[in-house]
Design a protein around this ligand. Structure first.
Ligand code: MG
Length: 296
């Protein structure tokens, strides 16, 4: 018989989940005490906070490889730190699972959470487990950014140029479980260009770009033929599919000159594409001659 959570109980489960966790010197007390205790950010830094949940049947299915579920749950949150050019540091994980869940499945999910955390230097400092009707994983995280160098979503102006990293569309085939949060790339960008607004593309360009433009109080103009399409994908898919987890950002026109060539030297394997620009009229949302309605 396959061992379930009901068979081994909470204490034994937690012991197995946290065994051998790698923690850096910023963690004074990790899992096992009532609270985690960590060092605060430096005076020259800001503290950033984020939480995110993945739910069985919504973000993954019963047949998704457990390790990839954990990987995705952790990577989604790290991607939000990338979106602000921040560095993620400490994570708390809440797991809700039906008692009949195989122990092996939960260990697999934690394997994915831990591998992604380690890859990005994130310390898993604690968490919570509870029984529930369906599998739910919540990752809450802290991070830091230099006080002068984090990037908000709302400081771009009309005339700023719009860029995206990577390729868009068709994520459901593979990428939504395998993407790499663009932390290093975002931090390079704030050092090498005047980034005026940035976000990660989680819901698709067609939803996320209007959000960025709206928070800046401007409109946008995109050239559909310039969109970097994933091989085999249409423009509609690039705009509407979502879960690309690429960076969308605006750069003042002056700083956008030379950015593409500097980028290709720094990141030769990752595409950067200028897709359009922000315009003064907030009602201008899309491509005047374009044929699809996503932006309306
Ligand atoms: Mg985001």
């Amino acid at each position: 018989m396959m061992q379930t959570l009901a068979d081994i109980g909470e204490d034994a489960l937690i012991r197995r989940l946290v065994a051998g966790l790698k923690l850096d010197a910023s963690v004074i007390a990790g899992p096992g005490d009532d609270c985690a205790v960590v060092l605060p950010p430096k005076q020259s830094e800001r503290l950033l906070l984020k939480t995110d949940t993945v739910v069985e049947g919504v973000h993954f299915t019963t047949s998704t490889t457990p390790r990839l579920i954990g990987r995705k749950a952790m990577a989604r949150v790290i991607s939000d730190f990338a979106a602000m050019a921040a560095t993620p540091h400490h994570a708390l994980i809440t797991l809700i699972a039906p008692p009949r869940t195989p122990v092996k499945r939960v260990l697999g999910i934690y394997g994915g959470l831990r591998a992604m955390a380690e890859e990005y230097g994130v310390n898993i400092v604690g968490g919570e487990t509870s029984r529930g009707d369906q599998l739910i994983i919540t990752v809450s995280m802290t991070g830091t950014a230099p006080a002068k160098d984090w990037v908000a979503r709302n400081h771009a102006k009309a005339g700023d140029c719009l860029f995206v990293t990577g390729q868009l569309g068709g994520s459901i085939k593979r990428k939504h479980l395998h993407f790499h949060p663009r932390v290093q790339e975002a931090q390079w960008l704030v050092k090498h260009a005047r980034i005026t607004a940035m976000m990660d593309l989680s819901d698709g360009l067609g939803k996320d770009l209007p959000r960025l433009a709206a928070s800046c109080g401007v409109g946008f103009h995109i050239k559909p033929e310039d969109l970097p399409l994933t091989r085999g994908c249409s423009i509609q898919q690039a705009v509407g599919d979502g879960e690309d987890y690429e960076l969308l950002f605006a750069v003042s026109a002056k700083y956008s000159i030379g950015l593409l060539s500097d980028w290709s030297q720094a990141f030769p394997k990752l595409k950067l594409t200028r897709i359009g620009k922000l315009v003064a009229d907030p009602q201008t949302r899309g491509i005047p001659s374009g044929g699809w309605e996503h932006f309306r």
